[in-house]
Design a protein around this ligand. Structure first.
Ligand SMILES: [Mg+2]
Length: 395
C-alpha cells in the first residue's frame, strides 16, 4: 500500500461520518402523495382553524412564505394565511411512509438510529470505499427516496450528530450539506444561537440578554465563563458551539431492558389470575419491542411474595418479538417459580438482549399473520380463564 493510500485509510478510520437525514415538511409531503391536488399550494397539517385551538403540526414551504411555522397556534396561522388548505392529517400513512424510508436506508447504512418519525441518523464511517465520495452518495440516496416514494429530504453530513443535524437544516428543502472535518467551528460561527438543537425560547431569551446571538458568540468565550453563566447545560451548549458532539448512534443494544410490573392492591393467591396479569404485561413489553422494530432474546420474570421474598428467573431463547413465544416462556418460569403457599404481591416481566428486527423477516411475516398469532394466544388464555380475562387492544 502506498503512503497516501495508507494515510487515507488511517484518517478515515479516525473520522466518524454521521449522516442526518430529515424528510422535508414530511406530513405535508405525505398528504400530497395521498392527494396530489395539494401540490404547489400552501398546505397546513394540524388542528382545525374553525375551532381555534391547537397548533400547526407541519406546513408546506408555500405556507412558510406567509410566516407560518410548525408549533404556531392555528388561529394565528389562519389569520396570516386564510387561503391555505388546512388538513387534519393521516397518521397511519405517516407511519407507513416513515417505515418505507427506513427500509431504503437500511439497504445502505450499516447503522441507523431513528430519531423521530421523519429523522434518521446513520453512521457511514469508513464507507467511502463502498459508496464513493459520500457527498455524491447522499445525493443518490435523496434521489432514490424521491423516485421511489416521492418524498423530498435533506441530508447533513458531519463528524458528529449535532453538526450533522444542524447541517441537514442548513440547505432545506432538498439540500445536502457536508461539513468537512476541522471546518466545524467555521460552519457554526455565523449561525444564530437557536439553530442549535435543544435551544428553546426561554434559553434564547437568556442568551440574548447576555449578548450571545450566534454560535460563534458562544464559542468565543471561555468554557468556565459560559458554564458559570448557564450551569451544567451551559457546558454542553459551549461544547456543541465549538463543534463537539456525540459521534456514536444510540442503537437498540444500548437500551438495557424493557420491563413492566404490577403490584396487586391485595395480595393475590389465585395463580391463574397472576398468570393473566403476566399475559397483559407480555402485551405491553412486546408492543414496545415492536414499536422499536426490535427482537429480544432474554426473558426475565419477577415474583414477590407478600413476605417480600423476591424471586427472579431468566431464560434465553431464539430472538423473537412474538407475544405467544414470550408468554409461553414467561408463564412456564412463573409456574415453576411460584411454589410456596404464600400470596403474591408483585409480578414483573422484562426483556433484554435486543437486536433489530430485520426488514427481510418483516416481508415474510405480514401484520395480519402477527395479529393472528396474538389472537391465537388470546384464545388460549380465554379458554383457561374465561372471556373477560383479556381485553384485546387494552394492553
Ligand atoms: Mg422534517
Amino acid at each position: 500500500m502506498n503512503h497516501p493510500e495508507l494515510c487515507r485509510r488511517v484518517t478515515e478510520k479516525l473520522m466518524r461520518t454521521i449522516f442526518h437525514l430529515d424528510l422535508d415538511a414530511f406530513f405535508v409531503s405525505v398528504e400530497r402523495i395521498v392527494d396530489p391536488s395539494l401540490n404547489e399550494k400552501p398546505v397546513v397539517v394540524g388542528a382545525d382553524p374553525k375551532y381555534g385551538r391547537g397548533v400547526v403540526a407541519a406546513c408546506s414551504y408555500e405556507a412558510r412564505d406567509y410566516g407560518l411555522h410548525s408549533g404556531m397556534p392555528i388561529k394565528q396561522a389562519y389569520r396570516l394565511c386564510p387561503n391555505a388548505i388546512y388538513v387534519h392529517g393521516s397518521h397511519g400513512e405517516y407511519g407507513r411512509f416513515s417505515k418505507a424510508v427506513k427500509y431504503i436506508l437500511s439497504k445502505y447504512a450499516p447503522q441507523i438510529e431513528q430519531a423521530s418519525i421523519d429523522e434518521f441518523y446513520m453512521d457511514f464511517t469508513g464507507c467511502t470505499h463502498i459508496y464513493g465520495p459520500l457527498f455524491m452518495f447522499a445525493s443518490k440516496l435523496q434521489k432514490e427516496i424521491w423516485n421511489t416514494l416521492k418524498l423530498p429530504c435533506s441530508i447533513g453530513i458531519a463528524r458528529n450528530k449535532t453538526i450533522a443535524k444542524i447541517a441537514s437544516d442548513f440547505m432545506k428543502p432538498r439540500g445536502v450539506t457536508y461539513v468537512l472535518p476541522e471546518m466545524e467551528k467555521e460552519f457554526l460561527a455565523p449561525m444564530p444561537a437557536e439553530s442549535m438543537p435543544g435551544i428553546g425560547k426561554e434559553t434564547l431569551k437568556h442568551l440574548h440578554h447576555k449578548g450571545f446571538y450566534t454560535l460563534g458568540d458562544i464559542a468565543g468565550v471561555k468554557e468556565d465563563y459560559f458554564s458559570a453563566a448557564f450551569g451544567k447545560y451551559g457546558t454542553d451548549m459551549w461544547r456543541k458551539a465549538n463543534g463537539q458532539g456525540s459521534e456514536y448512534l444510540s442503537l437498540p443494544a444500548d437500551q438495557k431492558s424493557i420491563s413492566h410490573e404490577r403490584t396487586f392492591h391485595q395480595d393475590e393467591m389465585n395463580k391463574c389470575y397472576v398468570e393473566s396479569i403476566l399475559f397483559k404485561l407480555t402485551g405491553k413489553v412486546c408492543q414496545t419491542l415492536r414499536n422499536n422494530d426490535w427482537q429480544a432474546s432474554t426473558i426475565t420474570i419477577k415474583l414477590r411474595y407478600s413476605d417480600f421474598v423476591t424471586i427472579t428467573r431468566s431464560k434465553t431463547i431464539k430472538q423473537t418479538d412474538d407475544d405467544r413465544v414470550i408468554f409461553r416462556t414467561a408463564s412456564e418460569m412463573l409456574r415453576k417459580a411460584y411454589n410456596r403457599r404464600v400470596a403474591v404481591r408483585l409480578v414483573g416481566l422484562s426483556l433484554t438482549k435486543f437486536s433489530p428486527f430485520s426488514e427481510q423477516q418483516k416481508l415474510f411475516e405480514s401484520a395480519e399473520e402477527r395479529r393472528e398469532k396474538m389472537l391465537s394466544a388470546v384464545s388460549v388464555i380465554r379458554s383457561k380463564f374465561g372471556f373477560d380475562s383479556i381485553k384485546v387492544g387494552s394492553f
